[in-house]
Design a protein around this ligand. Structure first.
Ligand SMILES: Nc1nc2c(ncn2[C@@H]2O[C@H](COP(=O)(O)OP(=O)(O)OP(=O)(O)O)[C@@H](O)[C@H]2O)c(=O)[nH]1
Ligand SMILES: [Mg+2]
Length: 319
């Protein structure tokens, strides 16, 4: 329970910039309007879009709200606040099977464009799995960038996971081939594959991912598969576009949204889920090994919409 409270507190402070945008805008609408009219809906729409929730999610949320206002005969603008919050929670629920891979013999491909936080996230994820006593192997399949292998090695040491790498410039698919062999031989629970974010061009990058996937399909058909796209939340709508592009070439099973600390664009989590139908499974809230959180829609939306009363409440909580 203390852990749960600590989590809320960290998430709460991590989302402060996003919340400043959304909550102050919403509260002024809920308090400023005396009746529910078109102007009220228009202003809400503007706040949600400014908060990076995306056009699609905003329309869905407002349609739902209009419907409930009608059927429940709601007259007070203030009563809409909770309906809105519940509607976002419903849209963002990740479902019970989201973290299945953690308890299976699995291969997790981590993909994303350069600099979004793939390598860091793999380190954090390895740390999480090691804390559950899982046997974890990391594959350094980003052989394109000179320092990439070294960076992953540091994370492997920190997380106490084993690393399989290759020479700079070597074939990433062959690194994955070796890593699969090691995972099988050592009965590893989870194999996490780091991939390059930048190649000579986008087509090369996508072709390489397909090739790596084919190797795993062929060499390790019994493994449970997970492909996670890492997106940098600070890039807002660009992140959404990147997710779309990866969705075209790979079977994406989830999103990891990094750098949620210190961005005003945290609402992008809502947009991704609602526009692409891909669940956000983890969020990165800092640069250390403990700064990766499982995404919980209820906690996230509560932290996103918490008013300042909740802030003073959390100040008294132990971490
Ligand atoms: N504040 C913050 N920084 C993060 C987070 N995740 C990653 N970073 C930082 O983002 C930078 C890039 O992270 P990397 O893990 O190297 O990104 P990458 O996707 O592997 O990059 P390439 O291998 O070059 O494609 C590093 O400075 C990380 O410390 C996060 O959740 N919060
Ligand atoms: Mg990297």
């Amino acid at each position: 329970m203390a852990e749960e409270k600590g989590f809320f507190k960290r998430l709460f402070s991590g989302l402060s910039k996003t919340r400043d945008n959304i909550v102050s805008g919403m509260d002024s609408i809920f308090n400023g309007f005396s009746k529910i009219d078109e102007e009220f809906y228009e202003e809400l729409e503007e706040v949600l879009i400014m908060g990076d929730l995306g056009v699609q999610a905003t329309y869905d949320i407002l349609d739902d709200l209009r419907e409930k206002v009608k059927t429940q005969h709601i007259k007070e603008p203030a009563a809409c606040r909770q309906i809105l919050i519940d509607s976002i929670k419903e849209q963002m629920d990740v479902g019970e099977t989201a973290y299945e891979f953690e308890d299976k013999t699995s291969v997790v491909m981590v993909v994303g464009v350069n600099g979004v936080g793939k390598t860091t996230t793999i380190g954090k994820l390895a740390g999480k799995l090691r804390a559950q006593n899982k046997k974890v192997i990391l594959a350094a399949a980003d052989t394109f960038r000179a320092a990439a292998g070294e960076q992953l090695k540091e994370w492997a040491n920190r997380a106490q996971a084993e690393l399989i790498g290759g020479q700079e410039g070597s074939d990433p698919a062959s690194v994955v081939y070796d890593a699969v062999a090691a995972a099988k031989a050592r009965h590893a629970d989870v194999l996490l594959c780091d991939t390059a974010g930048r190649l000579h061009n986008k087509k090369n990058l996508m072709e390489e991912l397909k090739k790596i996937n084919r190797i795993v399909d062929r060499e390790y058909p019994e493994a449970f598969r997970e492909t996670l796209v890492v997106l940098d939340a600070t890039t807002g709508q660009n992140a959404l576009q990147q997710a779309r592009e990866f969705k075209e070439v790979a079977d994406i099973s989830g999103i990891i949204l990094t750098k949620m600390d210190g961005t005003a664009k945290g609402g992008i989590a809502v947009a991704i889920q609602s526009e692409l139908g891909i669940p956000v499974k983890y969020i990165g809230v800092g640069e250390t090994i403990d700064d990766l959180q499982k995404f919980n829609a209820d906690t996230f939306v509560d932290a996103l919409f918490a008013s300042t009363d909740r802030e003073s409440e959390t100040d008294n909580e132990e971490i």
